[in-house]
Design a protein around this ligand. Sequence first.
Ligand code: IPD
Ligand code: CA
Ligand code: CA
Ligand code: CA
Length: 270
Amino acid sequence: MKTIHDAKEHLRFVVNLAEQAGRIVASYARGSFQVTGKGTQKDTIDIVTDADHASEDFILGEIRKRFPEHDILTEETITEKKGSDWLWVVDPLDGTVNFSHGYPAFCVSIALMQNETIVLGAVYDPLRQETFSAIRGQGAFMNGNRIQVSTAETLSRSLVATGFPYDRAYSPINNVAEFNQIVTKVQGMRRGGSAALDLSYVACGRLDGFWELKLKPWDMAAGILLVEEAGGIITDRYGKPTSVYTNNIVASNSRIHPLLLELLAKSESA
Ligand code: IPD
Ligand code: CA
Ligand code: CA
Ligand code: CA
């Protein structure tokens, strides 16, 4: 992808793909679907449904058709590495637990990376029909309208969100200690259940900040770019730069960032 024209065309492909996949997910939400346990905590916390698979099969098929040389990283399917500079990072259904309960907060997230750089991405919420999209260097958009992070300067005026890893025994960082440290200082705290939507909401200013441990590249890739392109900041909990492979992330409007980092540091010594 050498020219802007190319990037725009690629973004149209990504947006279209996310929207079509989102409609597949929404059609399962209106009908019935199978829920299966995966991972080490079988059947309870880490689950997958027919909708995750149907969305992923569709997205994989379309990317393979159009970009047969490119690498693809998805949550549910192991794909072989082709050694390409281009990597598609796909979460076919972010918010599976919400989806499985009929709780209306889930989305599809697709990003394209060139080596270590996220170049473009889209997050689609099929229930609200909201499409968040960005090309690096060209701003972030929701349904075609430019979006910006919030301007909140204090935690007491901030709505922040977090999530809890499926791995409940995760250490050495204690999620509950973090939560306790922050919940009493902010105006409001949410646990939305879809990291890609949480990041999209930071990008459009509905949330002022978000942090979570142990996210995966497909949870974050499109969302990280959205926050950055909307004027926000992303670091790890120690204030260091992150990549999609970093296992903890703090995203905010940049003004409240140092305040969040301070509380996260405090939670480690509490
Ligand atoms: C999950 C969601 C959730 C976050 C989990 C993720 P999934 O993704 O983003 O909000 O707390 O860590 O794994 O499994 O629903 O695609
Ligand atoms: Ca999952
Ligand atoms: Ca996810
Ligand atoms: Ca998923």
